[in-house]
Write a protein that binds this ligand. Sequence first.
Ligand code: C2G
Length: 130
Amino acid sequence: MTKVITYGTFDLLHNGHLQLLKRAKKLGDFLIVGVTADSFDQARGKINVQQNLSERIANIKATGLADQIIVEEYEGQKIDDIRRFNIDIFAVGSDWNGKFDYLKDYCQVIYLDRTQGISSSQLRTNKNKL
Ligand code: C2G
């Protein structure tokens, strides 16, 4: 069984996230989605997130694409998760190209095409204009 893992904030879940999850799911048989804890996002400088962790998890659940959902709480957790869950493939959008190559020591790393023209930041800006 091929196990895939991907991570993200998934704020204001949109089509770009959905496409990413679908592509990640197709890479294997079991998809784990790591959703960032609110405190982890703050620590990595993502300060404008609109939805809290439970709302973001509920949205991921509703897609029906995640076989398991976990919370990402600290820097360095990806390596621990890959080992703990016997992950074969780490997948992430191409905006992160090269950034996760250090995980190649632990599993296969695949950068999936990012969906153009949509982002959480854009949705947050539009929301503020209403
Ligand atoms: N994504 C995408 N297309 C978009 C927007 C996002 O393919 N138009 C992908 C991102 O590349 C990422 C995932 O959707 O793989 C989640 O994106 P974010 O919610 O912005 O999360 P991010 O900050 O990229 O989290 O540990 C956290 C992760 O490493 C990355």
